[in-house]
Each structure stands twice: as C-alpha cells, then as structure tokens.
Design a protein around this ligand. Structure first.
Ligand SMILES: CC(C)C[C@H](N)C(=O)N1CCC[C@H]1C(=O)O
Length: 621
C-alpha cells in the first residue's frame, strides 16, 4: 500500500502491518502503568510507612502529572524529534523509572540489621520519587505520540480502518490494565527477600518494569515498517508567536477606521504564512470544543474514590467468590473489552442502517449523557444503602476484651485479594505461647470477642473464644453497582474512543500529537476538579453529591451539544493541500482579484466538511 508521502507499507487484511507493533506496544505499556499504579498506595503506606493522607496526595499528584506531561511529549515530537524518536527516548526514561521503583522496593538493600525493615528510609523514598517522576515523564510523554503515530500509519483513503485502529487501541489499553490490576496485587502478596521475607513490592514493580522493556523492544522491532512523518521545526514556537502577533496586531488596529477581519487570527496575515494561520484555526476550534469535556472525567474518575467507598458499605459476597470493594473497578475494563466490539460491529452499523447520522460529536454528547445517568444510578444505590443504615467499612474493626491478667497480642491473617472467603483467622500470642481461632464475617459487620481468663494459650482456642455482633453485616449487594458501571463504561466508549479518533482526524498534519495532548489534558483537569469539588461541596448526604455531579454533567452536556452543533468537520489534509497548491501558484501571473477569490474559498473550506463519512459537505455536529 502506498501511504502518505509515497511511503510503501506492508498490509494485512487492509491494515498496515506496522499497526500490530503499535497496539502490542500499547498493551504492554498500559500493563506496566496500571500494574504499578495498582499497588502504589499500599507501597507508600506499608513499605515507606506514610500515613493515609500523604499516600493519597502523592498518588493523586502522580496521576495528574501523568496526564500533564503529554503536552511536553507532544511538543518535543511535533517540533523537534518526531513521534518515532520521542517514543523511543521517552520509553527508555519510562523503563528506567520502573526499574528504579522496583529497586526502591528491595528492603534488603538498606536492611543492615536484617530485621525485615529498611534502615535507611531516605534512600527508598528518594529512589521511588525519582522513579515516579521518570515514569510520569515517560508514560505521559509517549501517550499522545503513540496514538497519533498509529493514526499516521493509515493512508487518507483508510478512514474506516483508522477508526477501527482507535477502537483496538482502546481495547489494548483496557486489556493491559485489566490483566495487570489482577496480577500485580497477587505478586505483591508474595513474600520475598534475601535476609528476611517481606511483602514482595519489588516483584510487583519489577514485572511492570519488564513489560515496559518488552513494549520498547516490540516498538523497535517494527521500526522498518513505520511511516515516520518528519517534524516541521519549532512548530509550537511558531504557533505561539503567530497567536501573539495576531493579538497584538488586532490591538494596534482596534480603532473603527480599520475594517474588521473574519477571524481574529486573520490579523496575523500581515506577517505569517496563511497555511500556518489556517492550521492554528483548526487547532483552536477543536481546543475550544474541549473546554467542557473535563467534567466527563471528573465523574469518571470517581469510580476509584467515591464508588469504591460506596462499595465498602455493600455486601460483596457473590457465592463462591467474595469481591473486595476496590476490585469492583475492574468491571470497567472488563466492560470495555465487551462493549467496544459490540458498539463497533452492532450498535453503530445498526444506527447507520436506520438512516441516522451518528457523528463523532453526537456520540460524545450521548457518552456524557450516559455518564450522568450512571451517577443517577449511583445516587439511587446510595439511597438504598442509607435506608438499610449500614456502616462504613466492608470489614469493620473487631474489638477484643481481654479477660486474662497478662497482655495478649492479636494479629489476623492476610485477606487474599481475589478469591477470598470472609473467614478471618486471629492469632493470640502472649510470650512464647500462642493459639489461633477463625470466624466468618458478613460484609460491614463488627464483633467484640471475649478472651476468657481461663484461656490456655498453646492449645486450640477455637471453642473458647466467644463473640458478640456489634454491627450487622451490609445487606445491599455490590451487584447493584453494575448498572452504574455499565452506564459509565458505555459512556466512556462513546466519549473517549470517539474523542481519541476525533482529535486525530481534526488536527493539522504537523500538530497531531499536540491535539492528542490537548485531549489528554481534559483527563488531567477532570482529576483536579474531583479534588476541588469534593473539598468545596461538602454535602450532608452522599446521594445528593451524586445528584449534583449528574446535574453538572447534564448542564455541561447541553452546552457541549450546542457548541458541537456549530462545529463543522474539516479534512485537514485537503485544506493544507489547497493552501500549499496556492503557494506554488504564487509565481504565476494571476491577477489579484482571482487570488483573493481563491483565498476566500479556502478560508470558507476551513468551516466546511468535505468528509463524505459525515454525510455531505455541510455536516454539522
Ligand atoms: C481506568 C481503566 C483501567 C482504564 C480506562 N477505561 C481508560 O481506558 N482510560 C482512562 C483514562 C483514559 C484511558 C487511558 O488511556 O488509560
């Protein structure tokens, strides 16, 4: 197949072969990222011995940083190194960061007295912070480049294939994250060490590090097959200067004696290339449309916080297995893996068959609406929970009343992360003597156990310990969260997968990665809004907060649909080609009138779609 710029790429079933390496790379990279993230808070808490507040804030700062650094990666890629080299270099930085994390979690390195705890905590803290910084730089930096680089592999005639690519790309993100969030907590639960056995955080970070190396190797192996668009110099510098000039020129000519221009960017025409101005207009149009979008992510990100807390007040007993509250989050990637193919091969074609033109912006609007609906479901579930008046933790604190006249140490067995049965074993120890007993717990229940004065430690104490139920178990089942997960994920498929493709297709050729970074910035801002709203809107009832978020997103959804109505799809390649043709014709003997007419037509083209897929030339929304 002859691709853009005459590049000849191998094809399999109508798809460039190079795509295979890119999606495998994405799968491994997301495994690495989400796997490491899954055990990060526990590492802070139990290895570095930070308190909950410090662990939570460093965790959220890290996540926000991961979605801010795409801007850096995109600028480097589009202006300087090109996407291919940026991905390679930043992947190396990323892999070094992951290795640093794995090394920082080896307690034996500083455990000079061999008691199982590190003796120089500063070493572990500094190394892990350096590791996290490198990871944020790497994962964020490559993210906009990988998606845009994948899009670059398709020819202009392969729009359908490119759309499928973005769906498969999303499947890989979620396949990788699902596997790793299951595997890394299991690895963490193993015991390892040279001098003493401790929870194996080094293995839980080491496997993601290895996957990042695999991601890099896979990407390099595909090297000979990629189409590598050349960067066009310091494009971001030019963009900033051009915008600055347009603003200052407009200000200089603010008096009424100067005729107004169609667009404020046209004030840059006195100094800058018309093609650059047209490209800036394309980017600004899309970025303007992105303004309301962070609200979607604000709701989406609460799966990991508010919804997980909600799950802690619910009954997670599913018969043979008991689901822990934080494990409910895996429902999202599982549903993504099911819904993306269903949407692509059943729902969207069906809608098309019904004669409806379900354009990208309409899909995104429906996606936002579904996310709002998910929060209405969350509110209904919350009301149900409040009515049943259950309590705050899924496995409440258990108290012991010691009737013996000597101190007794109580410890409990580790709860295995996935296939757990809520049977806890307690170990009572006094001096050299110990005994154990087990009890079954209902979710949310709380007990007080009495240690009788006659208890003989050293023998079996299963029968001797009696208990009283202080708090009854939670009765609202966790399965009731499935509808809210379903709606938020269906919303995500319509919103996020479409948004990814939309950001690529509407970006000028030299700013594809920049617009991907703009898209990822909406995720970062959404994360910040969660923190702000949660602090500011301290509502007395949790369900009212859910309704507030649903209403906010609904308002944003209406605003977005109005903005989307006035948006007209463009074909950047065609517009750029026309401008370039016009520069070539500049030497010809055209009279001024004719040229002016052509330029007018081109400007109008910016506001008009030639894209057949979105039906006809004047497609709105
Ligand atoms: C939170 C899930 C594991 C992943 C999520 N469904 C997802 O695909 N994303 C959330 C932010 C954007 C996107 C990603 O690129 O990770």
């Amino acid at each position: 197949m002859v691709n853009k710029s005459g590049f000849n790429s191998k094809e399999v079933c109508g798809y460039p072969l190079s795509i295979f390496f890119i999606v495998v790379n994405e799968f491994c990279e997301r495994f690495s990222y989400y796997g490491m993230r899954a055990v990060l808070v526990l590492y802070f808490k139990y290895f570095l011995r930070w308190d909950d507040d410090l662990a939570t804030s460093i965790y959220h700062t890290f996540v926000a940083l991961c979605y801010l650094t795409p801007i850096l990666g995109a600028i480097v890629a589009d202006s300087w190194l090109g996407k291919f080299k940026t991905i390679i270099y930043l992947s190396i930085v990323y892999a070094i960061g992951q290795v640093a994390m794995a090394v920082s979690a080896i307690h034996d390195i500083t455990d000079t007295d061999r008691d199982g705890t590190p003796n120089n905590m500063t070493f572990h803290v500094v190394l892990s912070m350096v590791g996290l910084f490198l990871i944020a730089l790497g994962t964020g930096g490559i993210k906009p480049c990988v998606a845009a680089f994948g899009g670059d592999q398709f020819g202009d005639h392969q729009e359908r294939q490119r759309r499928t690519f973005f769906s498969v790309f999303y499947l890989c993100i979620n396949g990788g994250s699902l596997l790793s969030t299951i595997i890394t907590p299991i690895l963490r639960a193993q015991n390892c060490g040279i001098y003493s056995k401790q929870k194996c955080y080094s293995l839980a970070f080491g496997v993601p590090a290895a996957l990042m190396v695999v991601a890099l190797v896979v990407f390099i192996v595909g090297s000979g097959m990629y189409y590598k668009a050349k960067p066009e110099g310091n494009i971001m510098g030019d963009v900033c200067k051009c915008i600055g000039f347009a603003i200052s020129n407009r200000y200089k000519h603010r008096s009424k004696q100067y005729p107004s221009r169609e667009h404020w960017m046209d004030w840059a025409e006195d100094k800058y290339d018309k093609l650059l101005i047209a490209q800036i207009k394309m980017v600004l149009k899309v970025l303007f449309l992105y303004i309301p979008l962070p609200m979607f992510w604000t709701l989406f990100d609460q799966k990991g916080s508010r919804w997980t807390l909600q799950a802690t007040t619910m009954d997670g007993n599913f018969g043979a297995i008991v689901i822990q509250p934080d494990q409910m989050q895996t429902v999202n990637p599982i549903l993504i893996l099911t819904l993306v193919p269903i949407m692509d091969s059943v729902i969207y074609p069906l809608i098309k068959k019904c004669g409806l033109n379900f354009t990208p912006l309409k899909r995104m609007t429906v996606g936002m609406f579904l996310a709002a609906l998910a929060f209405v479901c969350a509110a209904v579930v919350q009301i149900e929970i409040d009515v049943s008046r259950k309590h705050l933790t899924y496995f409440n604190l258990t108290q012991f009343v010691n009737g013996m006249n000597k101190p007794v140490n109580v410890s409990t067995s580790e709860i295995f992360p996935f296939l757990i049965i809520i049977r806890a074993t307690f170990f009572l120890q006094s001096g050299q003597l110990s005994c154990a007993f087990s009890r079954d717990f209902g979710f949310g229940s709380s007990y007080t156990f009495f240690i009788p004065s006659t208890l003989s430690l050293g023998s079996n104490c299963q029968e001797s310990i009696t208990g009283a139920e202080d708090i009854k178990p939670n009765s609202v089942h966790m399965a009731l969260q499935v509808p809210q997960y379903f709606f938020i994920t269906a919303g995500e498929v319509m919103f996020s997968v479409t948004g990814l493709e939309f950001s690529y297709s509407q970006a000028p050729s030299n700013m594809k990665a920049v617009l991907q970074a703009g898209w990822l910035l909406t995720v970062a801002i959404g994360n910040f809004i969660v923190l702000i709203v949660a602090e500011v809107a301290k509502l007395p009832k949790q369900w009212t907060e859910y309704v507030l978020f649903a209403s906010l997103l609904l308002c944003v959804c209406i605003i977005f649909s109005i903005m989307a109505y006035f948006y007209t799809y463009i074909d950047p390649t065609e517009i750029e080609a026309k401008f370039r043709r016009n520069v070539g014709d500049d030497d010809d003997d055209k009279n001024d009138k004719q040229r002016k007419l052509e330029m007018e037509m081109m400007k109008r083209d910016l506001d008009r779609s030639d894209d057949e897929h979105y039906k006809g030339k004047q497609t709105k929304m």
